[in-house]
Design a protein around this ligand. Sequence first.
Ligand SMILES: Nc1ncnc2c1ncn2[C@@H]1O[C@H](COP(=O)(O)OP(=O)(O)O)[C@@H](O)[C@H]1O
Ligand SMILES: Cc1cn([C@H]2C[C@H](O)[C@@H](COP(=O)(O)O)O2)c(=O)[nH]c1=O
Ligand SMILES: [Zn+2]
Length: 209
Amino acid sequence: MFIEPTRRREPPHLRTGWIEVICGSMFSGKTEELIRRLTRARIAKLNVQIFKPGLDTRYHAENIVSHSAHTIHSTPLQTAGQILTLAGDCDVVGIDEAQFFDSEITEVVNTLANQGKRVIIAGLDMDFAGKPFGCMPQLMSIAEYVTKVHAICVVCGDIAQYSYRLVPSKERVLLGETDSYEARCRRCFNLGAEAGRKEWAYEDVVNDE
Ligand SMILES: Nc1ncnc2c1ncn2[C@@H]1O[C@H](COP(=O)(O)OP(=O)(O)O)[C@@H](O)[C@H]1O
Ligand SMILES: Cc1cn([C@H]2C[C@H](O)[C@@H](COP(=O)(O)O)O2)c(=O)[nH]c1=O
Ligand SMILES: [Zn+2]
């Protein structure tokens, strides 16, 4: 369980911000963990601002909603650069579905942390082909704290780190839920691919970078 650093007690001129990344497959509890940390920050009476990419409209146009229906209000944005303007003088910035933001997000979160803010980011570390997703490797590199959470493989019950796509699309971005994806362990993910239902070559995946 992630416990918040106690740097808040330091005098303002010594206080620094930092970056936390919560990553994993679909259904692994990234959003629940993000909401848990942001809720605790609010209980600590910190000023919290929460953002998500505008394209993620699956459950709600504005709210961040977990698969288990936990929810918290957020502001949907088109570009990462907008976060800098809208974060204002808040203490904590939360970002969900970070893999969908443009590459400027890395510079944006560094700037926020350098301003003394705590930045908590949740996102998919791998796409449906099992390849690193968009800006996530960069964000994990620059973060002070990285938490990888795991789902349960729906085939065998083992620990799952892959998001297995059930529908025949090779587009990297394809919004969906249990209708289109299931959590799978390494073995069951590879067995699915070998069975011929999922023969994704990396070159076939639309590279958005
Ligand atoms: N295969 C699965 N493994 C674990 N949890 C699952 C699975 N399928 C559905 N869930 C539900 O999803 C919740 C996690 O949802 P969420 O935080 O939105 O995950 P993520 O943001 O990583 O996709 C779990 O608490 C559980 O209720
Ligand atoms: C693997 C994968 C996922 N997506 C989409 C599917 C969902 O709409 C989100 C992930 O949501 P979650 O909160 O992590 O469950 O991303 C995608 O577009 N491409 C992919 O490869
Ligand atoms: Zn499995």
